[in-house]
Ligand binder design. Sequence first.
Ligand SMILES: [Ca+2]
Ligand SMILES: [Ca+2]
Length: 114
Amino acid sequence: MTSDGGIAQGDIPLADDRDGDGIDTLAPFRVSSGELITRANNDPAWSPATHHLEPGVPSRAPVFAGDWDGDGTDSIGYHLAGVSRYSNSLGAPKELSHVWGNNHNPVTGAWALS
Ligand SMILES: [Ca+2]
Ligand SMILES: [Ca+2]
């Protein structure tokens, strides 16, 4: 068991920059409830948690974070059966997709900045 916003058994640990300040913060994804639990900074002692319901994420899907549209803020997606699905805002349905094939596991990152 955990306090509100802490990591519980079965959570998927993510790190993302959802507010665009250039600093990634820890954000566990709670598979059992479909919630991404975010904080304003990395000090859980004085940063209250915000729970973002992320609809339609299958319980067995690997979840990841990234800035898909280059606006400086991260959102989350998931990968299942060779297809990555994601959206450009927290809590939005994962309507964007990219087909990779069954033998691929995508990773995220900003590989080049101009
Ligand atoms: Ca941030
Ligand atoms: Ca973005």
